[in-house]
Design a protein around this ligand. Structure first.
Ligand code: G3I
Length: 453
């Protein structure tokens, strides 16, 4: 085996994102991942980088692998909403949301609770209630959800989208607004604080990203809350952009004016329809705006892959439908100060050359184990491949076969290249293996991306 030597994080980051992980592949930690990931680069700036997650996709290895590699925070996309958690009055269903929460917790990710009081995805029984009953139901819903997740959620979107679009600056009509009046928002925040004093309480909305009538109305509400001691800690800016609704030129200034009220601000549902350089530039503008506002504590994109975006046809996310990094990904990483490739996404190999890697533990004993990584060529033949395996300290690899290794300076990241087994036909596989001394740690290692030539 080669002696440890410097490992090119930049090269690793630029590889194809066709990562496959197995259920046994549980040990990824953000601190151990290459510096060139969204989460680690954002952490370098004191921020988190999150994504909306759907529980139904967590079983897809490329989905979970990309999530675990790149992101340091999650927001359940639908699973904590009222229709998902209390479709029948006072019968609470937490299974799908719990799945996301436990996945995120096992990876050390932050979790944003989304959302407690919203006019949409609201069961019809709620809309049918009279005022007194509705107040009770709203406070009970807030209480039950926040108690269930107490200590696990860093911030809740307590109230979502309570204002109208357009120039009126008025509150949106909803069962809550129409029956309880303006005071329901304040009541929701007060109830939320009483249930979990440690969670950050946020107001979240869209079309409030620049200075306009709607954001002015939200601004005035937050200012009023702060002046009267109504508990509010943060404001979320959804930031759903497209050509008809581009990133506003006063985006940063708008974030700053809210921050100046004494609340944290976050970008909560970022997606930008488009492609190529234009999309990449818009993403960079958003990231730079957040970094320029000291109270902008983190950014969340509204999904991992274009394939599962709520507006998939607009290809608004950072990873394409095959989980390859798009130019927008590079732009975000570069804006975060990470080790961007400076170019677009791609395979990192010859045209069409891709590969995937899967780890399995093939033997396990008291103080050691054997691991195997299977490398599979994509739809085209390949003439070379490279992947990484990150071992939790203080594990040490004592033997490696069917591969040649180099090591990073920390001695935890092993980069493996072929020996005799570089050439693979389309879809064909080879594998390399290793023996590991546990030295007290039984955790599984983490495989990185595979790059092919
Ligand atoms: O799960 C059912 C499935 O069983 C059924 O067969 C299918 C048929 O339509 O519907 C599925 O539910 C869909 C759900 O997403 C899960 O995929 C709903 O119809 C669909 O309406 C729902 O859309 C969600 C939307 O909120 C609802 O308003 C999107 O996924 C979600 O991304 C989106 O998220 C919102 C934020 O919460 C608030 N801000 C705006 C943002 C985008 O609209």
């Amino acid at each position: 085996m080669d002696m440890p030597k410097a490992f090119s994080r930049r090269a690793a980051r630029a590889l194809t994102s066709a990562l496959l992980a197995t259920a046994t592949l549980t040990a990824l930690s953000h601190s151990a991942a290459a510096a060139g990931t969204l989460g680690s680069a954002a952490a370098g700036k004191g921020r988190y980088f999150g994504t909306a997650v759907a529980a139904s996709h967590l079983g897809e290895s490329a989905y979970a692998g990309t999530l675990d590699r790149e992101f340091s925070a999650v927001t359940p996309e639908n699973e904590m909403k009222w229709d998902a958690t209390e479709s029948t009055r006072n019968t609470f269903t937490f299974a799908a949301a719990d799945q996301i929460v436990s996945h995120a917790q096992s990876k050390g990710m932050k979790i944003r609770g989304h959302t407690l009081v919203w006019h949409s995805q609201l069961p019809s029984w709620v809309s049918g209630l009279g005022a007194a009953d509705l107040r009770t139901a709203m406070n009970n819903h807030i209480t039950q959800l926040m108690q269930h997740y107490k200590g696990k959620i860093y911030a809740w979107d307590v109230v979502n989208e309570a204002f109208q679009d357009g120039s009126s600056g008025a509150r949106r009509s909803s069962p809550f607004q129409d029956k309880l009046g303006d005071g329901y928002i304040e009541e929701a925040f007060r109830t939320a604080r009483s249930v979990d004093p440690d969670a950050k309480l946020c107001y979240n909305d869209y079309n409030t990203d620049g200075v306009n009538a709607k954001s002015n109305a939200v601004y005035n509400m937050v200012k009023d809350f702060k002046s009267r001691g109504v508990p509010i800690d943060c404001v979320g800016f959804q930031s759903h952009f497209n050509s008809a609704s581009p990133v506003p030129s006063d985006y940063r200034a708008n974030l700053q004016r809210f921050a100046d009220l004494g609340v944290d601000v976050q970008i909560t549902e970022l997606d930008i329809e488009g492609s190529g350089t234009a999309q990449a530039n818009s993403y960079a503008t958003v990231v730079k705006a957040c970094l320029a506002v000291s109270r902008c504590t983190g950014m969340t994109v509204w999904g991992i892959t274009d394939k599962y975006s709520w507006r998939s046809s607009g290809t608004p996310l950072l990873f394409d439908s095959n989980y390859a990094e798009k130019p927008a990904y590079d732009a975000v990483l570069t804006a975060l100060g990470g080790s961007g490739s400076g170019g677009g996404g791609g395979n990192g190999g010859g045209t069409g050359a891709t590969c995937t890697v899967v780890f399995t533990k093939t033997a396990d004993w008291n103080d050691g184990y054997n691991g195997q990584v299977t490398v599979t060529a994509g739809a085209a033949p390949i003439t070379g491949w490279t992947t990484t395996v990150t071992f939790p300290a203080p594990q040490k690899v004592s033997t490696l076969w069917n591969g040649s290794a180099s090591w990073d300076s920390s001695g935890t990241v092993m980069t493996v290249r072929p020996t005799y087994n570089a050439d693979l036909a389309a879809g064909a596989s080879t594998s390399f293996g290793f023996t590991v001394q546990k030295n007290g740690s039984s955790s599984a290692p983490t495989v990185g991306t595979c790059t092919a030539s």
